[in-house]
Design a protein around this ligand. Structure first.
Ligand SMILES: *[C@@H]1O[C@H](CO)[C@@H](O)[C@H](O)[C@H]1NC(C)=O
Ligand SMILES: *[C@@H]1O[C@H](CO)[C@@H](O)[C@H](O)[C@H]1NC(C)=O
Ligand SMILES: *[C@@H]1O[C@H](CO)[C@@H](O)[C@H](O)[C@H]1NC(C)=O
Ligand SMILES: *[C@@H]1O[C@H](CO)[C@@H](O)[C@H](O)[C@H]1NC(C)=O
Length: 204
């Protein structure tokens, strides 16, 4: 059979479809079912690995959707009024409770061999995981010896399940890799600003 264009599509984290140039109908070739709601997915065009982020888990699947690595991301002890625990010297007196981690951003950076994973917990904290094995943290935060860490370095994605976050990774002219993020400002987590309704479209 001659090779043809293959398009892998995940529908609600359940279906992968393949289409052939010669055929008009789509058929399911491989399927992967995740127990929890799917938030995001990304496909590495070279390795053909599929990265799938659901509520409380990220998956690394091979090209035929078998699980290579499964990494839990939640639920975690959190409180909207607390800084991320990764922020040094930021104790929080508010009681924390087990909180679901809705994935907000899942981006691949092939050049640096990392996957960016940001969730709704810890004020929208992001992690850089190893693209070959997403259970491994590629870059610890804060860096060893890093003395100054600002909350704005950690609060990246929206901290609410229903608030939008979009982002892209690009290389600037100087060759530095940058992350551009647009996130709904939720007002959740501060007593000084009113909460905004979440039901509307994304406000960037
Ligand atoms: C799915 O989410 C529930 C909470 O909503 C959590 O208890 C469970 O561990 C999650 N399962 C996976 C596989 O992430
Ligand atoms: C994915 O893993 C399964 C189970 O190990 C294996 O049968 C299959 O050939 C693998 N697919 C690819 C594209 O490597
Ligand atoms: C991924 O890394 C974890 C932790 O280092 C290890 O236990 C696991 O075997 C690795 N999985 C694969 C598929 O390499
Ligand atoms: C998110 O929106 C859905 C649909 O409007 C609603 O049912 C749900 O309660 C909202 N979740 C939160 C945590 O506000």
């Amino acid at each position: 059979m001659p090779p043809s264009i293959e398009i892998a599509v995940l529908l609600l984290g359940v279906l992968a479809l393949e289409t052939h140039r010669s055929a008009t109908a789509l058929h399911i070739q491989h399927a992967f079912a995740s127990p929890n709601q799917t938030n995001n997915f990304a496909v590495d065009p070279v390795s053909r690995k599929v990265y799938l982020a659901t509520v409380n888990t990220v998956y690394q699947l091979n090209g035929t959707l078998s699980i290579e690595v499964e990494q839990r991301t939640g639920p975690v002890e959190d409180n909207l009024l607390c800084h991320a625990p990764q922020l040094p010297q930021a104790p929080c007196e508010h009681p924390k409770s087990l909180t679901d981690n809705h994935n907000k951003l899942l981006k691949l950076d092939r050049d640096q061999g990392v996957v960016l994973v940001c969730g709704s917990v810890y004020q929208g904290f992001c992690e850089l995981r190893n693209i070959e094995n997403i259970s491994e943290i590629a870059v610890e935060f804060p860096h060893q010896g890093e003395k100054t860490v600002f909350p704005s370095m950690l609060n990246i994605a929206a901290n609410h399940p229903n608030a939008s976050t979009v982002g892209l990774i690009f290389k600037s002219q100087g060759g530095n890799t940058r992350l551009l993020v647009g996130a709904t400002y939720t007002g959740a987590g501060t007593q000084f600003f009113p909460k905004e309704p979440q039901q509307g479209g994304p406000a960037l």
